[in-house]
Design a protein around this ligand. Structure first.
Ligand code: ADP
Length: 482
C-alpha cells in the first residue's frame, strides 16, 4: 500500500508529542484491518483526569475573558493546520479506525469545518435587551460560557466527534477535558498536537487517554468544577452518565444510539433511493449512529429495489481502508464483528434469507461481508438491535400509515430517511416521523450549520448550528436600576 508513509511520519510526530503524558501503564492501539499493533499510549487514571480538570479550571477565566475575535484567531489557525495536514491525519485515522481513506480524509476536513464555523459563530453570540416592566429599570440577558466541559467521544468518528464538541465549547469561552475512545486515541492526540501549534493557552484543551473509560469518566461526571458533559456513544452509557451527573446537576448533551428507518415509497426514484441506501447503510461499514438500520420498501417496488440494491452493494470493494479502491473497510474490533455475526446468525437460524452475504468476509479478521437479508420476523434480535455493521434487513409494507407506525415503533429517535416524490406525502411523512433528523430524498450529511441530535432515547441537546453553540452557554438575567 503506497499511501502509508504520511501516516508513519505523523505517527512519529504524535507519539513524540504524547510523550509528555506520563503514566504508570500504557495501552495498545491496533490497526483493525490487519490486527497489527500501531502504538502504545498513556493509560491515564483518575488522578490524571483530576489534574486535567485542574488545568482546565485554571485556564478558564482567561479564556472566557478573551473576545470572540481573539478566540477565533487561534481557532482559525488550528483549522488551517488541520487542513494543511489533512492527508496525513486521514491516513492516521484509517490506520487506527479502518474506514476507507477517502472517508477518513473527508472526516478530517468535515471535522475541521466545525472549528472554522464556530470560530465565526462565537462572534454572534448575542444577548437580549428585554423591554422593561418599569420605567426605572432595564432588563438584559447575557450569555456566558458554562465553564469546564468534559467530552467523552466514540471511535466511529474519532476526529469529527471531538471537533464537533470542542469547537463550540471553545467558541463560547469554555475550556475542555476530552476522554477519547480507547480504540482511537491517536486521532485525538494529533488534534491536540496541532492545537498546541496553533497557540491555544495551556489548559484550554486537555486530553486524557485511558483504557478504562469508567474510571476517568467517573471523575468527569462527579467533579464539581466540570459544569457540562458532552457525550457521544451508546444509549446504555449515556444513561449511566446522566445518572452520574445528577449528583452535581451538570448540563448534559448526549448523542446516543439510533435505529434509523429507511423508507422507500412506490413513487420514489429507485436509483436515487439505492444510491441513498448505499450511503446511509455502508458509510463507515455501517458503524454510525445514523446508519440505516431497517429498510421498509413498499410492496409494489420491493423486488426491484432489492435487485438494484444487491447489484450496487456487490460492486463495492471490501478491503484495507488504506487501499484507495476500498469502499468498505473492516469493523472496529473483535467484539464488533462478533456482535454483527451473532445478529445475522440468529436471524438466519430463525428463518431469514441472505440475499447477499450473510457471513464473515473471506478476508477474515474484522471484515464482514456486506449483507442483505429478507424474511425478518420480530423474534429476531436484529429486528430491534442497532446493527452497527454492513447488514441491510429489508421489510415490505403496504400503506403510509402502516410504515409510519413501524418506523416510530422504537425507543430511539435519531435519524430517519424516506424516498418519495409526492409533495403531500413528503410533508405528511416528514412531520409524522418522531426523529431529530429526517432526510427526504436525501441522506443526512451533518455540517456545521445544521443541528444534529435525537429525540427519545437517542439523546439530549444538539450539536452543530447556533443551537449547538447555545448548549455551551448559560444565560444570565441582568436587572439594572437606573
Ligand atoms: P460504542 O458502543 O460506540 O463503543 P460506548 O458508549 O461504549 O459506545 O463508547 C463511547 C465512549 O464512551 C467511549 O469513549 C468509551 O470509552 C466511553 N465509555 C464506555 N463505557 C463507559 C462507561 N461505563 N462510563 C463512561 N464512559 C464510557
Amino acid at each position: 500500500i503506497k499511501i502509508a508513509p504520511l501516516a508513519a511520519d505523523i505517527l512519529t510526530e504524535v507519539l513524540a508529542f504524547a510523550g509528555r503524558y506520563k503514566a504508570q501503564k500504557t495501552f495498545a492501539v491496533y490497526n483493525p484491518a490487519t490486527g497489527a499493533k500501531i502504538a502504545d499510549v498513556a493509560d491515564m487514571t483518575a488522578a490524571d483526569c483530576e489534574a486535567a480538570i485542574a488545568a482546565a479550571s485554571a485556564a478558564f477565566p482567561a479564556w472566557a475573558r478573551k473576545t470572540a475575535i481573539e478566540r477565533a484567531a487561534i481557532m482559525r489557525r488550528w483549522h488551517g493546520l488541520i487542513y494543511e495536514r489533512k492527508d496525513a491525519l486521514g491516513q492516521l485515522l484509517t490506520l487506527e479506525q479502518g474506514k476507507p481513506i477517502t472517508e477518513a480524509t473527508g472526516e478530517v476536513t468535515f471535522g475541521a469545518n466545525f472549528i472554522e464555523w464556530f470560530a465565526e459563530e462565537g462572534k454572534r453570540l448575542y444577548g437580549d435587551v428585554i423591554p422593561s416592566h418599569a420605567p426605572d429599570k432595564r432588563c438584559l440577558v447575557i450569555k456566558q460560557p458554562v465553564g469546564v466541559v468534559g467530552a467523552i467521544t466514540p471511535w466511529n468518528f474519532p476526529s469529527a466527534m471531538i471537533t464537533r464538541k470542542v469547537a463550540p465549547a471553545l467558541a463560547a469561552g469554555c475550556t475542555i477535558v476530552i476522554k477519547p475512545a480507547e480504540d482511537t486515541p491517536l486521532s485525538a492526540l494529533v488534534l491536540a498536537m496541532l492545537a498546541e501549534q496553533a497557540g491555544f493557552p495551556d489548559g484550554v484543551i486537555n486530553i486524557v487517554t485511558a483504557s478504562s473509560a469508567p474510571e476517568v469518566a467517573g471523575v468527569l461526571t462527579s467533579h464539581p468544577d466540570v459544569r457540562k458533559i458532552s457525550f457521544t456513544g451508546s444509549t446504555r452509557v449515556g444513561k449511566l452518565l446522566m445518572q452520574q451527573c445528577a449528583g452535581t446537576l451538570k448540563k448534559l448533551s448526549l448523542e446516543l444510539g439510533g435505529n434509523a428507518p429507511f423508507i422507500v415509497f412506490d413513487d420514489a426514484d429507485l436509483d436515487a433511493a439505492v444510491a441513498g441506501a448505499i450511503a446511509a447503510k455502508l458509510r463507515n461499514a455501517g458503524q454510525t449512529c445514523v446508519s440505516a438500520n431497517r429498510f421498509y420498501v413498499q410492496k409494489s417496488v420491493a423486488a426491484e429495489f432489492a435487485k438494484r440494491l444487491k447489484a450496487a452493494v456487490e460492486a463495492l470493494p471490501v478491503g484495507d481502508g488504506l487501499d484507495g479502491n476500498t469502499r468498505i473497510g473492516p469493523l472496529i474490533n473483535t467484539a464488533a464483528i462478533d456482535k454483527v455475526s451473532g445478529l445475522v446468525k440468529d436471524a438466519l437460524d430463525k428463518g431469514a434469507t441472505a440475499e447477499l452475504g450473510g457471513a464473515r468476509h473471506d478476508r477474515g479478521g474484522n471484515f464482514y461481508a456486506p449483507t442483505i437479508l429478507t424474511g425478518i420476523t420480530p423474534d429476531m434480535e436484529l429486528a430491534t438491535a442497532e446493527i452497527f455493521g454492513p447488514v441491510a434487513p429489508l421489510y415490505e409494507f403496504e400503506t403510509e400509515d402502516e410504515v409510519i407506525k413501524l418506523a416510530n415503533d422504537t425507543p430511539y429517535g435519531l435519524a430517519a430517511y424516506f424516498w418519495a416524490r409526492d409533495i403531500g406525502r413528503i410533508f405528511r411523512v416528514a412531520e409524522a416521523l418522531e426523529y431529530g433528523m429526517v432526510g427526504a430524498n436525501e441522506v443526512l450529511s451533518s455540517n456545521p450549520a445544521t443541528p444534529f441530535g435525537g429525540v427519545k432515547e437517542s439523546g439530549v441537546g444538539r450539536e452543530g448550528s447556533r443551537y449547538g453553540l447555545e448548549d455551551f452557554t448559560e444565560i444570565k438575567y441582568l436587572a439594572i436600576g437606573l
